[in-house]
Design a protein around this ligand. Sequence first.
Ligand SMILES: [Zn+2]
Length: 440
Amino acid sequence: MKTHDYVGRDVDLSNGTSMHVRPEALVYAADAVEQLPDLAAQAVGGSDKRAGVLMDVRTQPVAGDAVAAAMRDAGWAVDVVLVPDPAPGKDPVCDEATRDAILPKLAEAILLVPVGGGVMNDLAKLVALESGAEVIVFATAASMNGYASANIAVAVDGVKTVRYGRAVYGVVSSPQVLAEAPWELTASGLGDVLAKSVSSADWRLNHLLLGEAYLPECVELVAEIEPLYFQNPAALPARDPAALAALFDALQLTGVAMTLAGTSAPASGGEHLISHSLDMLASIGRGEHDYHGRQVGVGTAIAAEVYARVLSVESPQPGQPKRAPCPDTWGPLAKKVGRQLADKQGKLADVAEAVTHSDTWDMLREELAPMCRPSRAIRHCLREARAAVSAADIGTTDEQLADVLLHADEIRSRVTCLDLAWLTGVLPEQADDIVHTAVG
Ligand SMILES: [Zn+2]
C-alpha cells in the first residue's frame, strides 16, 4: 500500500520542512483483530493495560465484540461503551452531550479503540482531548477520509464544526469487514475521494491568486492508486478486493495530505461547501441530509461543471463581491454565515481585481484546466459505482441544489470555484443549467 510510504515516517516536504506523520501504523489485513493487541501495546508502552472500546449497535456484531474479546485475551482490562442511538433507528452523533455521557466510563482508559466510522472515531478523539488517551480506530467502513486526520467533526446545534485533536496512533481494518459494510457507506467514501479534483484546483487557485502555501505532493499522493477505482468504478460494488483496498488507502492518504498541508484545503473545496450547506439547511428543517460523502459526490459533479464554465470564460467582467448572505436561504443561520462572508471580503476583492488582468486570467486557466475533471466523468464514476448521482438520490431537488449553488460560497471564508463563478459572471445566470447538466 502506498500509505506505508507515509504513516509513521518523517517526510521531507517541498517547502523545505519535514514532518513526522501520524498515524504511526496502518493495518489492513484479514487478521486485523488478532493484530490489534500488539499494536495497542506498542501505542502505550509500559504495563498499564486499561482500554475503552467504543461501538454502537451496528458495529458491535461486525467487529466490536471481537475487538473487545481480543483485547481481553491479551490481558487488557476493557470497558466497553455501547454508544446509544439518539432515537430509534438514528445513528449516534459526535457532540459534547454524547462525549459527556460516555466520558466517566472512559476516564481511566489509557487507550481508546473506537469501532465504527466517522462518528465513533470522532467521539474517541474528542474524549482523548480530555483524557490524553491514545486512540487506535478499527474502521468498519471505507466511508470517509477522517480516520487518519486530526480533525474532529463535532455537531453544535446540529451543525458540524471542526475541532483539532491529535491524529490517531493507528488505523486498523480488514477486507472482510469493509466488503460487508452497508453499500451507501462505501459509496460515501468514494464521493469523498472524488472531491479531490475540485478541491485541489481550489487550493491551487488560492495559491496562485492569494499566495496561500501549496504543496504539490499533497495533490499527487493519491494519483498512483486512483485509477484502481476511478477507471473501473463497477469493481467497487462488486467488492473487488483491489478496488476496495485502493479506496481505503486513498481515504487514508487524503487524511495524510491534510496533515502535511496543515489545512483541509487539499480535500475540501467548493464541492464540500455544497454538502455542508445541505447539512446546515437540514438543521433548520429545510430538507433532509444524506451521508457526507454521498452529498460530496453530487457536489463534486456540480463543482466540476462550475469549473468547466468558469474556465471557458475568455475575459471576465467581474461584478461586485457579495457583501451579505441570503436571508431567504439561511433564515436563522444568516448571522453566523455572515461572519464567514465578512472574513472573505479582502480576498474576494483581490480575486475580483486579479481576474480582470488578461495575463493573470490566462495563466489561471492554463494552470487549473489540467487539474479539473469533466462533470460527466464524475457522474459516470458515481453511477457505475452505484453511488448517489442525482438530487433525488440525496433527498433533495434540482431547485434546492441550484439555490445551494448560489449561496454555498457564503458559508466559509475560504475562496473556491463558487466565488470564482460569481466573480466571472457565470453565476447567478447559469445556476439552473449547471445543476441540470451536472446531475439532472
Ligand atoms: Zn469530506
